[in-house]
Write a protein that binds this ligand. Structure first.
Ligand SMILES: Cc1cc2nc3c(=O)[nH]c(=O)nc-3n(C[C@H](O)[C@H](O)[C@H](O)COP(=O)(O)OP(=O)(O)OC[C@H]3O[C@@H](n4cnc5c(N)ncnc54)[C@H](O)[C@@H]3O)c2cc1C
Length: 176
């Protein structure tokens, strides 16, 4: 199964000092981090709850991010995080949100440590997780042939096919 429990980047103490956030973003994948970038730049008191990187952390190679021809998923998410870090946005990365409730003009956000945080606005960027096939070999070959995103990964195999064709041609030529 995918493991999002990676190296923790947390600013719990800073998070605790803010009584009422303008915005709390739930989910620290690319969408959540990007939302934080825009909110913080607009001067909103912003916080993020979630494990930094999201699905990107389980991605080996990314080659469809404009401006960066090829990068490891983890390195890309590190770069996203470093960017957010420059804006001083606290990230509560070791907790999950278990409940959100509206009370008057604010949202009460409960995390799995039973603490409540307060925000004027909540943004859900909780992403998704791939549906497992549950067949033999699936886990062994994850990211080594078993893919969950055709638009992301199909081009890698296309290259492989081209490479195999070229190798076959080379072999044939060397035989002749
Ligand atoms: C193996 C693999 C390879 C991929 N390769 C590519 C690629 O090459 N190119 C590409 O463009 N895309 C690729 N993708 C897809 C890409 O990773 C996703 O589209 C992208 O990560 C979605 O970003 P997101 O922020 O919307 O959600 P996610 O990345 O899913 O992040 C959501 C986050 O929210 C957190 N969360 C959920 N519920 C809660 C809660 N209750 N409390 C706190 N946090 C919560 C999750 O733990 C997660 O960290 C790949 C995906 C996978 C799995």
């Amino acid at each position: 199964m995918f493991n999002f429990d990676i190296e923790k980047k947390t600013e719990t103490s800073k998070f605790e000092t803010i009584d009422l956030f303008d915005l709390v973003i739930i989910g620290a994948g690319p969408a959540g981090l990007n939302a934080a970038l825009y909110a913080a730049r607009k001067g909103m008191v912003t916080g993020i709850i979630g494990t930094v990187g999201g699905q990107l952390h389980n991605t080996t190679t990314v080659d469809n991010f404009l401006g960066i021809p090829l990068i490891e998923g983890k390195h890309l998410s590190d770069r996203f995080f470093d960017h957010i870090d420059t804006l001083d946005v606290p990230v509560l990365s070791d907790h999950k949100v278990t409940a959100i409730r509206k009370e008057g003009h604010r949202f009460l956000i409960t995390t799995d440590d039973q603490k409540t945080r307060y925000a004027k606005t909540v943004l859900l960027a909780t992403g998704g997780s791939p549906r497992m096939l549950d067949i033999p070999g699936e886990k062994t070959y994850q990211n080594k042939g078993v893919s969950y995103c055709t638009t992301c990964d199909a081009p890698f195999f296309q290259r492989q096919r081209r490479h195999r064709r070229r190798r076959r041609q080379q072999c044939r030529r060397s035989r002749d």
